[in-house]
Design a protein around this ligand. Structure first.
Ligand SMILES: [Zn+2]
Length: 104
């Protein structure tokens, strides 16, 4: 059986902390979660070509991104609501675990 989160909390410094059933402790930044949102909209290639050089940040990107809500979906995932009004991403436990490998 794959590990399950046993504890999940949001920290003051814009991270979530997950403790897994196998004892693994994980920290993921809000920004990283948002960048790895698995929903169809975020995974779709944007219609603008990749920018070369600096790109202009939209207003929403200049204010710190916050995770407003995390809700369990079944017993395999969390639905995350971000402060930029994005709430369609279903983050499976598998995906969350894989983010740990990338951030370490
Ligand atoms: Zn998304």
């Amino acid at each position: 059986m794959s590990p399950q989160p046993v504890e999940l909390k949001r920290t003051e410094d814009h991270h979530i902390e997950i403790e897994w059933s196998d004892g693994f402790q994980q920290r993921i930044s809000y920004r990283m979660l948002r960048d790895n949102c698995p929903c169809a909209t975020c995974r779709e290639p944007t219609d603008t070509p990749p920018a070369t050089g600096l790109r202009v940040l939209s207003a929403a990107e200049t204010i710190p991104l916050v995770v407003q809500k995390m809700q369990p979906v079944g017993n395999y995932a969390y639905n995350i609501q971000f402060s930029d009004d994005h709430n369609t991403g279903i983050f499976t436990f598998n995906l969350l675990r894989n983010l740990a490998k990338r951030s370490s």
